[in-house]
Design a protein around this ligand. Structure first.
Ligand code: C5P
Length: 410
């Protein structure tokens, strides 16, 4: 692990707008403010009216680098939200209530916090805090998913004691976690600018007849997380995908269904790519000939003859330019590391992400993963249970600073 001071170094001299919204944990935002200032950031606090029900603006004015702002209209500046939004290197919302998350997700800007959020192109980090029922409400879940797909970073709440003595998920993350996440976002901000990245996502579907297909359980969440993260970090991203989910607005989506279609789209896009990430679960076999009409049950059990699909990753490895960086995935149910290492060598990839698809919290469909990263020089990095969003950034960190012998893009 990096020493703490190194982690926080990315905050030094950076302009952070700290938005505080109205939850009981607004008092903890005071500590977030102090820690950001201590780390060398220039902090401009903004409080909603509701936040001021819990903590006074004077407290933030005393601790921050500028007086706290509370209104679109009452301060000395005519249009504070554009000045704040344009000048920020990072906007942090802590705590972020269900209300501000909802307004931000739907483009409603009716106070200084929400207007600043819409007026900025800087990365945004939200630290939600609310009662468990609200945190788990489908409206909040969907709004956060929408924001995450647009590249908004989320520090998930913790479980613990909540207002009123209840216990459950929804307690604001500890101030030191929020500040560390802010530093991490800043250290990655724009670090993939100018890189052309191709990502594949989802499982391919190989037709048996016009109705049925051979498919797999891949949800595409890992590929989408990588595409979103790469776009948020400044890359020019093409996503070749079989599934459709909200995605960062700067990602270009190419919809495909079969392994053949994915091969054609990916190999074409890869020609001008610096990085290719094969996160898709491509079928290994397909029916040799799809029936032109629906197979009838009355005709008895059909005999379906299979043939191999193109191994896209292998083809990419064969055609790889010296300055191209290729990432593969190995979904395994046993001996994850050994199997991933064998595929890494066989397919000439630079980085193989071995993931365990046996346990319920890892692999297909879920939001979390357990992965081991293997590089072509024998480097091994193992991660315990992490969210796919976080794993996406960890994979892209390797793309940014590959092993020197790889000769991949800086
Ligand atoms: O050998 P295996 O299929 O397990 O390798 C998995 C890796 O190869 C993944 O990155 C997957 O996207 C890729 N793959 C591919 N074309 C196939 C099968 C797998 O690109 N036909």
């Amino acid at each position: 692990m990096q020493p703490r001071s190194d982690v926080l170094a990315a905050l030094r001299g950076r302009s952070v707008v700290l938005c505080v919204t109205g939850g009981i944990s607004a008092y903890k935002a005071v500590e977030v403010c102090r820690r950001l200032v201590d780390a060398g950031a220039h902090v401009a606090p903004v409080l909603t009216d509701d936040a001021q029900q819990f903590v006074g603006a004077t407290t933030f004015s005393a601790l921050a680098s500028e007086p706290a702002r509370t209104s679109l209209f009452a301060g000395p500046e005519a249009i504070p939200h554009t000045r704040l939004g344009q000048g920020a290197d990072l906007v942090v919302v802590a705590p972020a209530t269900a209300k501000v998350i909802g307004k931000y997700a739907h483009g409603i800007s009716d106070d200084l916090v929400t207007a600043t959020l819409l007026a900025t192109r800087a990365p945004v980090l939200v630290a939600p805090a609310m009662h468990t029922e609200m945190w788990e409400h489908p409206a909040v879940v969907d709004n956060l998913a929408l924001l995450a797909a647009r590249g908004v970073h989320v520090v998930p709440p913790e479980s613990g004691r909540l207002a009123g003595g209840d216990v459950g998920a929804g307690r604001l993350a500890a101030p030191e976690r929020i500040v560390a996440a802010a530093a991490e976002v800043l250290s990655r901000s724009g670090d993939l600018a100018d890189l052309r990245v191709v990502v594949t996502a989802g499982g391919t579907r190989e037709p048996i007849d016009p109705v049925r297909y051979i498919g797999n359980r891949s949800s595409g969440k890992m590929g989408y997380a990588i595409a979103d993260a790469a776009a948020a970090r400044g890359a020019d991203v093409v996503l070749v995908t079989t599934v459709h989910r909200p995605v960062h607005p700067r990602v270009r989506v190419e919809a495909v269904v079969t392994a053949d279609e994915m091969a054609a789209a990916t190999l074409a896009a890869a020609e001008s790519a610096d990085v290719v990430v094969m996160a898709a679960a491509v079928a290994d076999f397909r029916p040799k000939a799809a029936a032109p009409a629906k197979l009838k049950k009355a005709d008895g059990v059909p005999e379906i003859v299979l043939e191999p699909t193109p191994d896209i990753l292998r083809l990419l490895g064969e055609r790889k330019r010296a300055d191209q960086y290729l990432v593969g995935f190995a979904a395994e149910t046993d001996d994850v590391q050994e199997n991933a290492a064998a595929k890494l060598a066989a397919k000439r990839v630079d980085l193989m992400v071995g993931n365990d698809v046996r346990s319920e919290d890892s692999g297909f469909e879920v939001d979390t993963n357990r992965a081991v990263l293997l590089d072509a020089d024998g480097g091994v990095e193992e991660f315990g249970l992490v969210t796919k969003v976080r794993l996406a950034d960890l994979i892209l960190d390797r793309v940014r600073t590959p092993h020197p012998r790889q000769g991949a893009p800086e």
